[in-house]
Ligand binder design. Structure first.
Ligand SMILES: C[S@@+](CC[C@H](N)C(=O)[O-])C[C@H]1O[C@@H](n2cnc3c(N)ncnc32)[C@H](O)[C@@H]1O
Length: 263
């Protein structure tokens, strides 16, 4: 896995983090006042986490990790962005919670995190930054206790196929070792943020996520696709009232998938 991909993406996530802290999407005021930052697609699938140990991979600045900690879980969050982990530590302290945050490349987690967990969790936007999902799955699986569960939720690969600026199919549905490469302006949570940087990303079809986990002997116990996004990220989507964003067209897309696996 090329170091350049990780270094480039890490630099971008370090720039995105401060912009996210002031964005409407991450709504820090509500979060600090006690709002659970995790959307209902994830929460509806999640078991009662009270007393459970959770490894949260690619935890960003820890909003979701700390939301789980507020529900009584013992959470360890991993992310390679120094800015994100610094903020996660600050929030953990400010809120008087006992989550642990580790700054490292997710592929190096085994050098930094010990033990086994009841739950491994990753959501929205964890997958595009992974050059090798098979290796990610091996690592994630290795941290689960027997009967432990893995909760994964992600934007649907079909959505990633489109160039939404001038709508047309522009990207392959299937994974390729060669990443897509783009210069990003702003960030998904604040399109006007003063950010201009390169990013590398990959798409994964549904079976390309399932196969490595099946080959590890994991059992898929729940799988769902959703005809809306809980976030207003795609062009012209409407649905603020319900919190379910869809494009105002007759043909509907799958926006999100969710999987629950048991070891
Ligand atoms: C969109 S966030 C996902 C978290 C969550 N859905 C959120 O929005 O708060 C993606 C996170 O993945 C992290 N990331 C990307 N590539 C990584 C890698 N190779 N190792 C560790 N973290 C990585 C980024 O730093 C970023 O914080």
């Amino acid at each position: 896995m090329k170091k350049e991909y990780f270094e480039t993406n890490k630099a971008l996530w370090n720039q995105k983090t401060p912009a996210h802290l002031t964005s409407k999407m991450y709504d820090m005021e509500a979060f600090l006042a006690g709002k659970n930052s995790i959307d209902s697609i994830v929460m509806d699938k999640m078991e009662d986490v009270k007393g459970k140990s959770i490894l949260h991979l690619q935890c960003h600045f820890g909003q979701d990790s700390l939301s789980l900690a507020r529900l009584g879980a013992k959470v360890t969050g991993v992310d390679f962005s120094g800015e994100a982990i610094k903020t996660a530590h600050q929030l953990n302290e400010q809120l008087g919670l006992d989550a642990t945050f580790v700054e490292c490349n997710v592929y190096d987690t085994e050098q930094h995190v010990e033990g086994k967990f009841d739950i491994v969790f990753a959501s929205y936007g964890f997958l595009p930054w992974l050059p090798d999902f098979t290796e990610w799955a091996r690592i994630a699986h290795s941290y689960l206790k027997t009967n432990g569960r893995m909760y994964l939720t992600e934007f649907h690969p079909t959505m990633n196929m489109f160039d939404w600026e001038n709508p047309k199919a522009a990207y392959n549905y299937f994974h390729s070792e060669t990443p897509f490469e783009e210069i990003v302006q702003g960030t998904y949570a604040d399109k006007d943020a003063d950010i201009s940087s390169k990013e590398y990303f990959w798409n994964y079809s549904i079976h390309e996520v399932m196969q490595p986990l099946l080959k590890l002997g994991m059992q898929l116990i729940d799988f769902e696709e959703y005809d809306y996004s809980p976030y207003d990220l795609f062009n012209d989507t409407k649905g603020e009232k319900e919190g379910k964003y869809r494009m105002p067209i007759e043909v509907q897309f799958p926006y999100v998938w969710s999987m629950v696996w048991r070891k």
